[in-house]
Design a protein around this ligand. Structure first.
Ligand SMILES: [Zn+2]
Length: 273
């Protein structure tokens, strides 16, 4: 079920990016991120907890959302930043975006926060490309370009790519795609770990992203952490009815400083397809 939703979301994103090619370029990230949350909530309400955070006035840590993936036995926590491809130039123009008042790029803030909290930082990219020449790293299913409407890359690999290459920063679609996987792989692909359960599959795919980085000589995130129990605050949020959440989240909102909120998806293998 989760995989199907991520696949449909990716296809829709690919198509919508293309259809709105010439439309205003403002905040496409927020639009597509919102659509992802709506897809999960409308189609997999029983598998999804979404804890929205109110808009922040202060600087934030660079994360659009925190995502916990679980099969009920294992848990894995991601910190995600979303970036839309600039279609005209086929580049992730804002990949190294630094807010005016911030001392570091959003990507660095994301990585620092994830490191401090034991989460894995990734960038979720929203894409459309007229080219079919980009890498298709998924080993489980044949190339299906619209499924690349949302792709993921290890945030440390992305930063290394930008910072260490001399001359123009490497932010081109095909360069980044060569180090990325389709989003749907996160819950679906068994190729990297003997993926019993969605958390282990996600762990395996994150490992696959690290390997891609290593192969091409990039710095990477440390291996992801697979937990046997969720952190106390995640458990508490899951046990709190939506009406009572604002009271519980008030402290979290201030300390975590995530833009959109926390998503928890829990799917046992019995639930999947
Ligand atoms: Zn895959």
């Amino acid at each position: 079920m989760l995989t199907r939703i991520l696949e449909e979301f990716s296809r829709e994103t690919w198509e919508t990016m293309w259809l709105t090619h010439s439309a205003a370029r403002t905040s496409r990230e927020e639009y597509f991120t919102e659509r992802l949350f709506v897809s999960l909530l409308s189609r997999a309400r029983h598998l999804t907890h979404f804890i929205p955070f109110p808009p922040h006035k202060e600087a934030i840590n660079g994360a659009d959302w925190e995502w916990w993936i679980s099969d009920g036995r294992h848990w894995i926590g991601l910190l995600v930043q979303a970036k839309a491809l600039d279609l005209k130039h086929q580049r992730y123009t804002k990949l190294d975006y630094k807010p005016r008042k911030a001392s570091r790029s959003q990507l660095s803030l994301l990585i620092e926060d994830a490191t401090a909290r034991g989460l894995t930082p990734i960038v979720a990219c929203y894409n459309y490309s007229p080219s079919s020449a980009f890498a298709w790293n998924c080993l489980s299913i044949a190339r299906d370009n619209p499924l690349f409407g949302c792709s993921i890359i290890d945030a440390v690999v992305a930063r290394h790519l930008i910072n260490t290459v001399k001359g123009k920063p490497k932010k081109g679609f095909s360069t980044v795609a060569a180090l990325s996987f389709p989003l749907r792989c996160l819950t679906a692909c068994r190729g990297f770990a003997n993926g019993v359960g969605v958390a282990q599959r996600a762990f395996g795919v994150l490992e696959g992203l690290r390997q891609k980085g290593v192969e091409q000589g990039h710095e990477t995130s440390p291996p992801a952490t697979l937990l046997d129990t969720p952190p106390a605050y995640v458990r508490q949020l899951m046990d709190t009815p939506p009406d009572a959440q604002p009271a519980v989240t008030a402290d979290l909102v201030a300390s975590l400083r995530i833009r959109r909120g926390i998503v928890i998806t829990r799917e046992t293998d019995d639930d999947s397809e």
